[in-house]
Write a protein that binds this ligand. Structure first.
Ligand code: HEM
Length: 108
């Protein structure tokens, strides 16, 4: 069925300890997730990414529904060597709901 952004907001609790999103979001343990859609991977000024993430961005990886789905399913599979300590979200419908929330919460 349709992705459920409200349900995605509850799933976003798994991300909150490391990420901020929305107006005024700042980098913390992880890069902020505002203006995420269309962002080249590893491209925020002032955040110290892994060399693996920067190399993926230089090779053309940018964040959209499909690339986020792959990264959130298994971060180390899409970006081997990423230093995001998150094992992945297994259920496809959970990822779809979370991505719908990210899209709604991320300005621009
Ligand atoms: C990177 C999303 C959970 C720490 C990223 C990026 C995205 C993302 C989209 C790439 C951003 C960019 O290229 O600018 C998420 C979501 C999460 C989650 C949606 C929850 C499902 C976490 C958790 C942590 C974390 C729990 C800390 C334990 C990081 C770090 C990076 C990163 C350190 C940089 C990775 C690197 O440079 O290789 N995250 N994340 N994330 N995240 Fe997460």
């Amino acid at each position: 069925g349709e992705a459920d952004a409200a349900r995605g907001e509850t799933l976003y609790k798994a991300c909150k300890t490391c990420h901020q999103i929305g107006d005024g979001a700042r980098n913390g343990v992880g890069p902020h997730l505002d203006a995420l859609f269309g962002r080249v991977a590893g491209s925020l000024d002032g955040f110290k990414y892994s060399s693996a993430m920067k190399a993926k961005g230089a090779a053309g990886l940018a964040w959209d529904e499909a690339t986020l789905d792959a990264y959130l399913a298994k971060p180390q599979a899409l970006v081997p060597g990423t230093r995001m300590s998150f094992r992945g979200m297994q259920a496809e419908h959970d990822r779809a709901d979370l991505i719908a929330y990210l899209k709604a919460a991320s300005a621009g």
